[in-house]
Design a protein around this ligand. Structure first.
Ligand code: DNO
Length: 410
């Protein structure tokens, strides 16, 4: 089979309760990882990058994609130390490239990285999944943060539901819910208080979507040349969830917005992390179409499904179930891969990882994962299902001679 995408797993570094040796046993051949211990805004030392790369290689795996180099709030808001942070970002890209790593994932979500309201929601089959429930998040906004303007978001019915939820929680439940929401940053413990969080929101009072996009443009104009010189491709991760929250602007949620970002700096180094779980929350995102139309600029892939429920609720479904048409997505990616292999490098492969997984089986007996959504066995199931899907589809495409179609420009 010539046309298989490269199977990867996310690894949160030596502090991860999932080890590289365990990842190797899942059948993955590569990891997406990062130096989570380096504070946001600081440059990654070359020796630590080399050390991490060697540790991954010693386990028989490749470090193909950096996920992520976080973009500091200073850069997103263009305040404080932003110029130094951008210089550090350029330096880190140079060092990543010199270490032979080709892709860097980042996001441009103000304040938050991603949001869920339930981290261990039990499904009928006994597994546990992550859920986003707008009424619960509204409760955080209205009653924990007490954000000015929160009352203007949502409908009266949603506010009433938020109130009911909050009243029923009780003190311990509220404390737990607030902590969980403030701690949802992948691979780090920022130990934010509600006041820290309010101060972070405060920095965005003058920043709307247009201004945020300008900040992204200025950032890209500064770093894309460094990425090009280093042989690194940048991959912006979509907003999760893909709509504004807490009155903050969100600019990476739809196909039109993705296109706008690609147009900010027209270089193959300015690309996308195509995350079907994030984009799939919106029914108006045509996932397979996005992969086909923006394919040449997709540099990293997260495969995950979500089940969209009434009232804006969604939960993370099994990888081949839920609202995402995974066969259509994987087929589009395999076709894109075949086209790129004809167009440029014959060994080029899409780097994908199963994004998240349900907690199941021995996951309940293992130490908790480094980040909610990243248990070992659940992700192994996701990877194994996606492997079956891509092997089947790839065999069918090979049989139909997809590899002999004319090349697509990059
Ligand atoms: C969550 C992840 C995100 C992602 C970052 C990329 O599970 O998909 O946290 O890694 O947003 O910068």
């Amino acid at each position: 089979m010539r046309n298989l995408m490269e199977e990867s797993m996310r690894w949160f570094g030596p502090a991860d309760s999932v080890t590289l040796d365990e990842i190797r046993q899942t059948g993955a051949t590569a990891v997406f990882t990062a130096l989570h211990e380096i504070p946001y805004g600081e440059a990654w030392p070359a020796d630590l990058i080399a050390e991490r790369r060697a540790a991954v290689a010693a386990a028989g795996l490749a470090w193909r994609v950096v996920e992520s180099i976080p973009v500091s709030e200073a850069i997103k808001t263009r305040t404080g130390d932003f110029a130094r942070h951008i210089e550090n970002y350029r330096l880190t890209l140079q060092r990543i490239g010199a270490a032979g790593i080709e892709v860097v994932v980042y996001n441009f979500m103000p304040v938050l990285d991603w949001v869920r309201t339930d981290l261990s929601h039990r499904l009928a089959d006994g597994t546990e999944t992550l859920v986003y429930d707008p009424k619960k998040f509204a409760a955080f906004d209205l009653f924990a943060l007490q954000r000015p303007g929160a009352e203007a978001d949502g409908t009266p019915a949603q506010r009433a539901a938020a109130h009911n939820y909050w009243s029923a929680l009780g003190d311990t439940g509220r404390h737990h819910f607030i902590r969980q929401t403030l701690d949802l940053f992948p691979g780090v413990r920022l130990n934010l208080s509600l006041d820290d969080f309010r101060a972070m929101l405060e920095r965005y009072t003058q920043i709307d979507a247009t201004r945020l996009r300008q900040h992204l443009q200025l950032f890209l104009e500064a770093i894309v040349p460094a990425a090009e010189a280093a042989g690194v491709r940048l991959a912006i991760h979509p907003d999760d969830p893909p709509f504004p929250v807490l009155g903050l602007p969100r600019i990476v949620s739809t196909e039109a917005q993705l296109r706008a970002i690609l147009g900010l700096v027209d270089s193959p180094a300015n690309g996308l992390c195509y995350c079907t779980g994030s984009l799939g929350v919106r029914a108006d995102n045509d996932l397979a179409g996005i992969a086909r139309r923006l394919g040449p600029r997709i540099h990293a892939v997260h495969l995950r499904s979500v089940q969209r429920e009434p009232d804006g609720v969604f939960y993370e479904a099994n990888h081949l179930e839920g609202s995402v048409d995974m066969p259509a997505v994987v087929r589009a990616l395999l076709e894109e891969q075949a086209a790129r292999r004809r167009g440029q490098r014959s060994d080029w492969r899409v780097a994908f990882r199963p994004d998240h997984g349900h907690a199941m089986l021995d996951d309940f007996r293992r130490p908790p994962p480094a980040c909610p959504g990243y248990p070992l066995i659940g992700r192994l199931r996701g990877l194994a299902e996606l492997r079956g899907l891509q092997v089947g589809l790839s065999a069918a495409l090979d049989a139909r001679g997809v590899d002999t179609a004319p090349p697509k420009p990059d």
